[in-house]
Design a protein around this ligand. Structure first.
Ligand code: 7TS
Length: 407
């Protein structure tokens, strides 16, 4: 049984008040909160063991190195990768995608090749590919989505030709909440020889992931959306591909031998981890994954699904409500407009009631353009949210509607 009150007690911030009102935090898609044990683990390492990794002979350095590599093993196990060599630590989803766009691009992309992304991607899964296309004379193609928020499967079929070398797709859209059929996409892409990068930034915290079962070539996520620290993220890549890709940053730790005539590179995963990494962040991420694993991702997913269904039903009851994205398979995100009230006004008036939501373009301008809107209001749920908080959101929205004279 998932005990939400017990989970909430692990997150000190949830007991905070804003403007004298109890905080209702519904901006988890932007960043989730951290449980006490993640912060405490990091504090412990800062206070007792801090020392640079992979280079010391002394006790502290070895302790941090071991903890850093234990965290790598935790990530490997969490996403069921075949080897620790396939787990690269980065600053986050954005950096992971940029790494692949640069390095995969250098190794595999020729003029005229195509990169396929979807219309519902976050900017982080659009702009690095545009930069790659500009650098290499490749072409970016876009799979549209239908008004209900589902991918246009027919269009995908037409666009997926042998020219496509890589498909970049969000597992879960940060705006529409759509859970894309990544397994099917990967199968189809592989049939024409294309590789697939799965952006799991909004999936890792909600859906159990097995990269070997999915057979994805790359999968990326950020620590801070799965109750870990900011400034650390993961790139999973198949070893055979990572082996063929050049390093994207040069510096300490990514080398085997440095000579002015020629430098040779370290083995995986270190080839892609130049410089001092955020090892305390990595250790914090490992603790966050342990925390989630202890609670049980399946139990979390079941609780969140039930809460999401309740939230969708309640929000829909509000007169003048327009929800963007009603895919058959959806997760944890409800983006909407309330009548013709500007999204910022709705957000600010909810904020005054202690309710934190995100407003604006949600780093997904093409998705906004699809619906012809300048922005949306988004409530995004985490495992510690409750039905009571959804009720507070709905009451808050009704107050906003009243203030604008909506019936
Ligand atoms: N991809 C998706 C699907 C995302 O939702 C985000 C962040 C990113 C990539 C980038 O992650 P980062 O950790 O590197 O910044 N999404 C959001 C959001 O929806 N609101 O704020 C950040």
């Amino acid at each position: 049984m998932f005990d939400v009150e017990k989970v909430r007690a692990d997150f000190p911030i949830l007991g905070e008040k804003v403007y004298g009102k109890r905080l209702v935090y519904l901006d988890n898609g932007a960043t989730a909160q951290r449980p006490r044990r993640v912060v405490e683990k990091m504090v412990e390492y800062y206070y007792r063991y801090n020392s640079n990794v992979h280079r010391g002979v002394h006790f502290l350095s070895n302790r941090c190195t071991d903890a850093n590599e234990e965290a790598r093993e935790l990530v490997r196990g969490f996403i069921h990768a075949a080897s620790d060599k396939e787990i690269i630590f980065t600053r986050g989803t954005t950096e992971s995608i940029n790494l692949v766009a640069y390095s995969f691009g250098e190794a595999f992309i020729q003029p005229g090749d195509e990169i396929l992304v979807t219309e519902m991607e976050h900017h982080a899964n659009i702009v690095p590919w545009q930069m790659l296309c500009e650098r290499k004379g490749a072409v970016l193609k876009v799979v549209p989505f239908l008004d209900n928020g589902e991918l246009d499967w027919e269009a995908f079929g037409h666009l997926l030709t042998e020219k496509v070398k890589l498909v970049g797709v969000a597992y879960v859209s940060n705006v529409l909440g759509t859970v894309n059929p990544v397994g099917k996409i990967i199968e189809r892409a592989h049939a024409v020889g294309a590789k697939v990068l799965v952006d799991a930034a909004q999936a890792i915290q909600h859906i159990p992931i097995d990269v070997q079962a999915l057979d994805c070539d790359f999968l990326v996520f950020s620590g801070h959306k799965i109750y870990g620290p900011t400034g650390v993220g993961v790139l999973y890549g198949k070893e055979c591909l990572l082996e063929q890709m050049p390093p994207w940053q040069g510096g300490g730790e990514m080398i085997k031998e440095v000579r002015f005539e020629k430098t040779t590179y370290n083995e995986l995963p270190f080839k892609f981890e130049a410089g001092t990494p955020d090892f305390i962040g990595v250790i914090g991420l490992g603790e966050a994954l342990k925390y989630v694993t202890d609670l049980g991702l399946r139990e979390i997913a079941a609780y969140e699904h039930e809460l999401f269904v309740y939230a969708t039903e309640r929000v829909k009851e509000i007169p003048g409500m327009r929800i963007f994205g009603e895919a058959a398979s959806k997760s944890s995100v409800i983006s909407f407009a309330l009548g013709d009230i500007h999204h910022s006004d709705t957000g600010i008036l909810l904020d005054k009631q202690g309710i934190a939501v995100r407003t604006g373009q949600l780093c997904a301008e093409p998705t906004m353009q699809h619906y012809g809107v300048t922005g949306m209001v988004r409530a995004s749920l985490a495992m510690y949210n409750t039905r009571e908080e959804i009720d507070i959101l709905c009451e808050g929205l009704k107050k906003v509607a009243n203030m604008f004279g909506m019936k």
